[in-house]
Design a protein around this ligand. Structure first.
Ligand SMILES: [Fe+2]
Length: 364
C-alpha cells in the first residue's frame, strides 16, 4: 500500500498486556516507516506514558489485567483537551458486543480485530493519523487567527484609549496646557480604586475614564474658566454646568470606558453630605466612580498652583481631605486615599504604589 511520508512521524502508543501482540504491531509499523512508536504491557503505565509521550494515536487492548481498556480511556480522558482530536483504536479478539459498546461510548474511535491483518492495521492507522493531522493543522490555523484577532483588538483598544486621552487634553488645554492634572487624577483614581479592592477591570475603567472628568469645561467661556480671582455667583453657576455638559458630550455610548466617563463627568462634584452639584445626591446615591474621582481631583487641585491660588503643601492637603471625610467625601474613599499615601510614606512602602504616588506628588 502507498505510504504517506507525513504520517510516519505520528506518535503511536500501544497498550496491550500480551507482549506477542505488541511485537507484531511494532514490526508492522516499523517496516512501514513509523518512527515514533512506544508500547507497554502494563495498562497502569498508560497514563504516565501518555503524559510523557503525547501520542497522536493510541492502540489499546480491551481485555487486560488491573485495568481494562475502558478504564484506561476513562483515566486518560481528563488529560485530553476537549478541542483535541485524539483517536483511540481498540484491539479486540473475541470481545462481546457489550464491551465494544462500552469502548465506543467511552471514546474509542474504531476497532482492530486480532489476529492482526497487516493491510487492515496500516489502513486504519493511516486513516486515523490523517484525521489527527488535519485537526492539528486546523488547530494551528485557529491559534494563528486568534492571535491575530487579539493583536487587532489590542491595537483598537490602544487607539481608543489614545483618542480619549487626546479628547481630555483638548478640553483641558486652556487651563492646563501640559495635561498633567488629568493624567495625575487618572492615576490617583486608579490607585484609590485598587486600594478599595475593586476588580482589575474596574480599576482600569476608572483610571481610563477619570481623565475625562472635566471634559465639559470645553463649554465654559474663557472669561470664567481662566478668571484669576474669585468667581461671582452667576459665574460660578455657569462653571457648575461643566458637569452636565461633560456628561452630554459623553452620553449614549455603548463603550464601557465612555459610560464610566459619563458617570464621572456628571457626579465628580457631588458631595457625601448632599450639598454638591448638579443634583445634590447624598452618600451612596453618588456612584462610587464619582466619589473616588472627587477625592483625587480635589487633592490634585489643592497640591498644584491654579490661576486663583497657590499650591498647598501635601501634608496640609491630606489634612484637608481627612477633614472633609463624611462632609465632602465618602469616608471609605478617604480611607483608601490615605492607604495610598501610606504607600509613599509608610514604613515598608509597596514599590509600585510608591513609584506612582511619588510621581503624583513630586511637584508638591
Ligand atoms: Fe470638575
Amino acid at each position: 500500500m502507498k505510504r504517506d511520508e507525513r504520517l510516519t512521524v505520528g506518535r503511536i502508543l500501544v497498550v496491550d498486556d500480551q507482549p506477542a501482540n505488541v511485537e507484531v504491531l511494532a514490526r508492522i509499523l516499523k517496516r512501514e516507516g513509523y518512527r515514533n512508536v512506544k508500547s507497554t504491557n502494563d495498562p497502569r503505565e498508560a497514563l504516565p506514558l501518555f503524559t510523557q509521550f503525547q501520542p497522536d494515536l493510541i492502540l489499546l487492548d480491551l481485555v487486560m489485567p488491573h485495568l481494562d481498556g475502558v478504564a484506561v480511556i476513562e483515566l486518560l480522558r481528563p488529560h485530553i483537551p476537549a478541542s483535541a482530536y485524539l483517536p483511540i483504536l481498540v484491539l479486540t479478539a473475541d470481545s462481546t458486543a457489550e464491551a465494544k459498546r462500552r469502548a465506543l461510548s467511552a471514546g474509542a474511535k474504531d476497532f482492530l480485530a486480532k489476529p492482526f491483518d497487516r493491510t487492515e492495521v496500516l489502513l486504519r492507522i493511516q486513516n486515523l493519523l490523517e484525521t489527527r493531522l488535519l485537526y492539528r493543522h486546523l488547530q494551528g490555523v485557529n491559534d494563528t487567527l486568534e492571535d491575530e484577532v487579539a493583536k487587532r483588538t489590542r491595537e483598537l483598544q490602544d487607539a481608543r484609549n489614545e483618542t480619549l486621552q487626546r479628547l481630555a487634553l483638548a478640553a483641558e488645554r486652556r487651563d492646563d496646557d501640559t495635561g498633567e492634572h488629568i493624567r495625575r487624577v487618572g492615576a490617583l483614581s486608579a490607585l484609590v480604586a485598587e486600594a478599595m479592592e475593586l476588580t482589575g477591570a474596574q480599576v482600569e475603567l476608572i483610571g481610563g475614564a477619570a481623565p475625562l472628568h472635566d471634559v465639559g469645561k470645553i463649554g465654559i467661556p474663557d472669561g470664567i474658566l481662566l478668571k484669576p480671582g474669585k468667581l461671582q455667583s452667576e459665574e460660578f453657576e455657569r462653571m457648575k454646568t461643566h458637569s452636565a455638559i461633560g456628561a452630554d458630550i459623553l452620553a449614549g455610548s455603548s463603550v464601557p470606558v465612555l459610560r464610566m466617563a459619563e458617570e464621572i463627568a456628571l457626579t465628580h462634584h457631588e458631595r457625601w453630605d448632599g450639598t454638591g452639584y448638579p443634583y445634590g445626591l447624598r452618600a451612596m446615591e453618588i456612584p462610587l466612580s464619582g466619589r473616588i474621582v472627587a477625592v483625587a481631583d480635589v487633592f490634585d487641585a489643592l497640591t498644584h498652583e491654579r490661576p486663583y491660588k497657590e499650591a498647598w503643601p501635601v501634608r496640609e492637603a491630606v489634612e484637608e481631605i481627612e477633614r472633609q471625610s463624611e462632609r465632602q467625601f465618602d469616608p471609605r474613599v478617604v480611607e483608601a486615599f490615605l492607604a495610598v499615601r501610606e504607600g509613599v510614606s509608610g514604613p515598608e512602602p509597596d514599590p509600585e504604589t510608591s513609584r506612582v504616588a511619588s510621581a503624583l506628588l513630586e511637584k508638591s
